[in-house]
Design a protein around this ligand. Structure first.
Ligand SMILES: NC(=O)C1=CN([C@@H]2O[C@H](COP(=O)(O)OP(=O)(O)OC[C@H]3O[C@@H](n4cnc5c(N)ncnc54)[C@H](OP(=O)(O)O)[C@@H]3O)[C@@H](O)[C@H]2O)[C@@H](O)CC1
Ligand SMILES: Nc1ncnc2c1ncn2[C@@H]1O[C@H](COP(=O)(O)OP(=O)(O)O)[C@@H](O)[C@H]1O
Ligand SMILES: [K+]
Length: 504
């Protein structure tokens, strides 16, 4: 698991190590990464142009010291001070001692910004509040040709939430210190951070409320049949999806469910003939199930379907039309349930579940906050879909999915996810494991499908790149689930999957 700590937790962990050279460690890691990037990009550090954007605190100090380290290796380093009278004295002296240029003129700074090979964003780190202030805001939209490395956090991104309340820098890479921060993993902040590299500095913070699973975590979670298994013991998932108007949703939810590790899929909906023609494995008889998936494309049948599912004493996943109906009924509709409920809204459905108090855009802009709010209000695990899918438990614990790709934003891919998560529930995973596991496999399947079932390529900085990818359909996502599953389980026993860049 990647743990993402709040600013308060980082400060407390830092205080416990008073007297240790934390900044030196941070700067050493930052400078080493910058040197590597310059070598990759320009062949050498010597002669490269580096610009340091330095704010008023230790974040600026880190950037100035790293600039000084690069200057010592022959880079031409300049710094622009955004808060000249409060710039970090030690960092400033170190840079000046190497002959680095320092300016307070923002026009000079912006000109350097456009020419630099590498820009270090040290405007503000975990001490930041609100969007960038006026002096720094122009850098958020200014043209550049070089790489931008965010120091600890892209300036303007809220460390605790990933919210971006105003102007913010957009980095090619973020080098963060001691631990991840929620704002680096959750969109829109995560989108500003780019790939995140963690520099350990010795902090020992507590278990974090916000975590992001990795390959090995998934491998440990996924159900695996043993010698004693039979199809009923592996779990039967009941699917109440699709309608005459939306038969496709049934096919896709069933396709997801068939790949989710349950022993059987029971389908109870109108387009049964089409479902069984496409998926002959499916049972059409009624009988016991270990979980229900209700809502994808269920149209006019939704109220009855929801009634059946919610009355059952097994885990229930409510999606799509089921959520619209649930929003109409309100949280009280789940009050009598004895088994867990998992809600899988996209931002629009989440806004509806919140009673229309907020818009879909507001939900998407504050994903952590509203996923938690929904989970608390409904007493259910909530998987809020979209870029950086967030799974929240009523007590505030959160798992963020790192595998998503924009290619998944295609009609019907959510139906596949619902079936998949429902099958993992039927196999016995608790919802707070089933939901992130499903999101992880679904995202990975999307990436594999987009890459033609080759391992997704590695980018310059060891991360997944978009190169060699093509648009995908929801059916292709479902078809790639076994490959995603294999990719994850192949990592068990300590062998991390390196090809996707998600394992480490
Ligand atoms: N924790 C650790 O273990 C380690 C931390 N380290 C480093 O220290 C960094 C934290 O440094 P920090 O505490 O000095 O705060 P920092 O982010 O530089 O902000 C400074 C000041 O900026 C201002 N400001 C606020 N919002 C703003 C905005 N939107 N736009 C512009 N300015 C804004 C505000 O001052 P104000 O003007 O409000 O008085 C605020 O007080 C951390 O991110 C990491 O890089 C590492 O060196 C090693 C170990
Ligand atoms: N920008 C994005 N990045 C990553 N995943 C996305 C993005 N947009 C949508 N998705 C994913 O695609 C799926 C879409 O589901 P949903 O909105 O229910 O669509 P549908 O109802 O058409 O199936 C979800 O799994 C969601 O997380
Ligand atoms: K920064």
């Amino acid at each position: 698991m990647r743990h993402a700590h709040t600013v308060e937790e980082v400060r407390a962990a830092e205080a416990a190590l008073a007297g240790q050279p934390l900044m030196d460690r941070a700067v050493a890691g930052l400078a080493a990464t910058c040197a590597r990037l310059l070598r990759e990009r320009r062949g050498r550090v010597y002669g490269s142009r580096v610009l340091v954007l330095a704010g008023s605190g230790d974040n600026g100090g880190d950037a100035l010291f790293a600039g000084a380290a690069l200057a010592r290796r022959g880079a031409a380093v300049s710094a622009v001070l955004l808060s000249p009278e409060r710039a970090h004295p030690g960092g400033l002296a170190a840079l000046r001692a190497t002959g680095g240029q320092v300016t307070v003129d923002q026009n000079v700074g912006l000109a350097d910004f456009s020419r630099a090979d590498l820009i270090l964003d040290g405007i503000v780190g975990i001490g930041g509040r609100g969007g960038l202030r006026p002096a720094a805001a122009p850098y958020a939209s200014a043209a550049r040709r070089g790489l931008l490395v965010a120091v600890d956090l892209p300036s303007g991104v809220d460390a605790d939430t990933g919210e971006v309340p105003g102007a913010a820098l957009r980095a090619d890479l973020t080098v963060t210190f001691g631990t991840y921060k929620p704002g680096l993993l959750i969109d829109p902040g995560a989108g500003h951070a780019g790939p995140v590299q963690l520099v350990p500095i010795g902090l020992r913070p507590p278990t974090a409320a916000v975590q992001a699973p990795q390959h090995a975590d998934l491998a440990a979670l996924l159900p695996r049949p043993d010698r004693e298994s039979d199809k009923y013991r592996r779990g039967v998932v009941g699917v109440l999806a699709g309608s005459e108007r939306y038969p496709g949703a049934a096919l896709l939810a069933v396709a997801g469910a068939l790949h989710g590790g349950a022993g059987a899929v029971r389908y109870l909906g109108r387009p049964a003939e089409e479902v069984v023609r496409r998926h002959p494995e499916v049972l059409l008889t009624s009988g016991r199930v270990q979980s229900w998936v209700v809502g994808p494309g269920s149209g006019e049948d939704t109220p009855d379907a929801l009634e059946i599912a919610l009355a059952a004493e097994v885990p229930v996943l409510v999606d799509a039309d089921g959520l619209t109906e649930l929003a109409r009924r309100g949280p009280g509709a789940l009050a009598g349930r004895t088994a867990p409920t998992l809600l899988t809204p996209h931002a629009g459905e989440a806004a509806r579940l919140l009673g229309g108090e907020v818009t879909a855009d507001q939900v998407a802009a504050a994903r952590l906050r509203y996923a938690r709010e929904l989970a608390a209000r409904y007493g259910a695990v909530v998987l809020l879909k979209g870029s950086s899918t967030v799974v929240a438990r009523p007590d505030g614990a959160v798992r963020v999915n790192p595998t998503g790709t924009g290619w998944l934003a295609t009609a019907g891919s959510g139906d596949v996810l619902a079936g998949l998560a429902g099958a993992l529930l039927a196999a016995g995973l608790p919802p707070f494991d089933a939901a992130p596991a499903a999101a992880y496999l679904h995202g990975l399947a999307g990436r594999l499908a987009a890459a033609g079932n080759r391992a997704p390529g590695s980018g310059v900085i060891g991360t997944v790149s978009d190169r060699g990818e093509a648009p995908i359909t929801a059916q292709e996502v479902a078809a790639a689930l076994p490959a995603a599953w294999r990719d994850v389980t192949a990592s068990q026993g300590g062998h991390q999957q390196a090809s996707t860049g998600l394992g480490d």
